[in-house]
Write a protein that binds this ligand. Structure first.
Ligand code: AMP
Length: 486
């Protein structure tokens, strides 16, 4: 069925033509007529299926009538991460270029005041992460009683991130009579319960997973030892020797590992940026922008970047860590091989990962071939002690941080950090390893060595406990230097 038969307005059809889409995707074809008929929709689909346009296009058509009032948004779209929220805003820019609608993005990590001014002016489409939305509501800056249409996107991801209580609260704050569009990739019990509670006689639209793992992605496993420095060594060698390499997203399981690997790659002269939920929003946006525009070739990321991010031209995905959930593997490697291009996904496998690999292979219904780590004269054996020392200190610091963090903080609050960031920005340890420029690095993956050296200027010396003594159990005052009389 062509787009013109779906009931979309002329303005929207003009934008679709300008976007160059030949025909609606299955989710668009099935969902759009129901959305326009004001039915609730339960869409079981994941990113990559065209689901954003499946709700954006009919919303634009419907919003052509009526206008917004101050502090009372007409429609509300909830997204689990700021990046996804920003991406939906981009869709409204793209498809809504023939409309004069006020679209506001309400996400954590950026100024309240600018968002408040937008809300004050009246908003046709409010795109928000749950935490920041509720913050505005609690400050009395936002009324949800004018919401005619609510979109809950990536609901199962919201569940993973602990946002379901917020979603339930928001669902109770918007009028009972609103229309609800609910998208999820999977249907765990908790999500089923929410749909039964908040959707009214929904039309269920289900589209197949876009082939669990696309055939245009070459997947490989590479064996590594247990230690992080061994994995870093293998990763560097694989980046240097990769065929058709343009750029890569490198996934780690933990934010701390992202920061650590980022520092290590930069020290080794690679041109890299980091993206994880503890970075402040400007750092997250800058990292993504620099990767998108090609000024950095490596993006080291936590799973915040695994779902939904639409970067059309990623040649490689590396799993520095095997993901704990097999689903995440599919999401991660789906960042490459997009828009019909080919891609390569390489997973570094430590001895403890065999169970996770078996689960992944079961989910994708195929076994993944093993490849040898590329041989190479590496400086890494020499690196090991320095990196190990560095990591020991990192781990010690973070163990303390996380122990402190656990006190008075529940799991739910912790998870909120993805949407409500800490304001501490990018944590740098203040320590540095000896710079080890490597021979013959391929441009542009490797930053100019002068730049790397510039970044590696020694930082001002900090008082540190002696390497050999474990002083982590001592109270801070005992570690202060002793002043002696001359
Ligand atoms: P989404 O699943 O919403 O993240 O969309 C994935 C990608 O599909 C985006 O890059 C869209 O621009 C693209 N897309 C959306 N609808 C269509 C369509 N009808 N034909 C071709 N590409 C589309």
């Amino acid at each position: 069925m062509p787009f013109s038969k779906l009931g979309l307005s002329d303005k929207v059809l003009a934008a679709v033509t300008a976007a160059g889409y030949p025909a609606p995707t299955p989710i668009q074809e099935q969902a759009i007529p129901h959305v326009l008929a004001r039915r609730d929709v339960l869409g079981i689909a994941q990113t990559g299926t065209g689901k954003t346009a499946a709700f954006t296009l009919p919303m634009l058509t419907m919003l052509e009538q009526g206008r917004a009032r101050a502090r009372m948004p007409r429609t509300l779209i909830l997204e689990p991460t700021r990046e996804l929220a920003a991406q939906v805003e981009d869709s409204f820019d793209k498809y809504g270029k023939n409309h004069k609608l006020n679209v506001a993005l309400i996400i954590g990590g950026v100024s309240f005041d600018d968002q408040d001014m937008k809300l004050m002016r009246g908003v046709d489409v409010l795109i928000a992460t749950p935490g920041r939305l509720l913050d505005h509501f609690e400050r009395g800056r936002l009324l949800l009683t004018g919401v005619e249409l609510l979109v809950i996107d990536e609901a199962d991801r919201m569940l993973d991130m602990g946002f379901i209580p917020d979603i339930e609260r928001i669902c109770k704050l918007v009028p009972f009579t609103r229309q609800t569009l609910f998208f999820t990739a999977t249907m765990p019990n908790e999500i089923r319960r929410i749909t039964e509670q908040f959707l009214h006689n929904p039309v269920k639209v289900e589209v197949a997973r876009p082939a669990t793992t696309a055939t245009n992605i070459t997947q490989k496993l590479v064996k590594a030892g247990r230690e992080s420095h061994e994995k870093r060594d293998i990763l560097r060698r694989m980046i240097r020797s990769a065929d058709n390499f343009k750029n890569a997203i490198i996934f780690c399981n933990r934010k701390r590992e992202v920061a650590q690997l980022h520092r290590s790659l930069v020290r080794h002269g690679f041109n890299a940026a980091a993206l994880h939920g503890d970075l402040d929003q400007s750092a997250r946006t800058a990292a993504l922008d620099s990767f998108r525009n090609g000024s950095v070739a490596l993006l080291i990321a936590s799973d915040v970047a695994a779902r939904g991010l639409d970067i059309p031209d990623v040649s490689h995905v590396f799993n520095f860590d095997v993901p704990h959930h097999a689903d995440d593997y599919v999401h991660r490697i789906g960042r490459t091989g997009r828009a019909g291009k080919t891609g390569t996904a390489i997973t570094i496998v430590a001895p403890a990962d065999s169970k996770s690999i078996a689960e992944i292979e079961k989910l994708i219904g195929q076994s993944i071939a093993w490849a040898d780590a590329p041989a190479g004269a590496s400086s890494d054996a020499a690196d090991a002690p320095a990196e190990a020392r560095h990591n020991r200190d990192e781990n010690r610091g973070s163990r303390h941080r996380s122990q402190r963090g656990r006190i008075g903080r529940n799991k739910h609050q912790d998870k909120h950090q993805e949407a409500r960031p800490s304001h501490n920005g990018h944590r740098q340890s203040g320590r540095d390893e000896t710079p080890r420029p490597e021979s013959g690095p391929p441009a542009p993956v490797v930053a100019r060595l002068e730049d790397a050296r510039h970044r590696q200027q020694p930082r001002p010396a900090q008082a540190e406990p002696a390497e050999h003594a474990d002083t982590s159990h001592l109270p801070a005052f005992l570690l202060r230097p002793i002043r002696r009389k001359a």
